[in-house]
Design a protein around this ligand. Sequence first.
Ligand code: GLP
Length: 254
Amino acid sequence: MPGPEDTGIVVADAIAAAIHAGATTLGLATGSSPLAAYAELARRCAAGQLTFAGLQAFLLDEYVGLPADHPQAYANFIRDRLVRHVDLDPARVHGPDGTAADVLDEALRYDASITATGPVDVQVLGIGVNGHIGFNEPSSSLTSRTRIKTLTAQTRQDNARFFGSIDAVPQHVITQGLGTICEARHLVLTASGSRKAAAVAAAVEGPLSASCPASVLQWHAHATVVVDEAAAADLHAADFYRYVLAHKIADQGY
Ligand code: GLP
């Protein structure tokens, strides 16, 4: 795709297609990567082209220890950036509770709740510069379940822009595991900008490896990677991917 707004339209198309096909459960990511898609979904909802009524949603992850009203708590981020702009019932948007007294138990509870009421029909994913998805940092088991993870210094530095300083970024998170994420029926990973180019290339064309958690998409039956030209810059077979996109047959979808 030429730029981030174009990736947003394609990701929104994939979500809308799932909803129109009867999806009941969405998987939502935070971070800046999906924001263009969320803006496009809000626009379609306001135009009466799309409804989220009756759907439920699960968040990928949450910081441990942030106060419930902290603007960077992911439950608040997704409320502010998507939920309040569409007709998705806030009571049906679920995330792990990073303020729980026993966060180890909370991770198990959250994983079980996804299994009980899922599967997720379409899961939106961003990607960290080190190849993480959710908050599954490099060395995460490819079959991991929802659990506590310790953030790398790189991820804390990357997310410091939202907190003012790296010291304010929590060290621990609850994240859906790679195994949990892969139970979704359709994975849609989106990225834009040159900082993501190496991670995107490693995820799509590198070895399937815990060293690049996003490479687990190669093992999934239905995974779609939606990137802009800058994020695609390190892909060796980019010309082939463009060719495939230009020659999709009718109703093939993403
Ligand atoms: C964050 C989130 C991920 C996100 C990634 C990239 O820390 N936990 O879900 O995909 O890192 O963030 P951004 O999209 O802001 O670059």
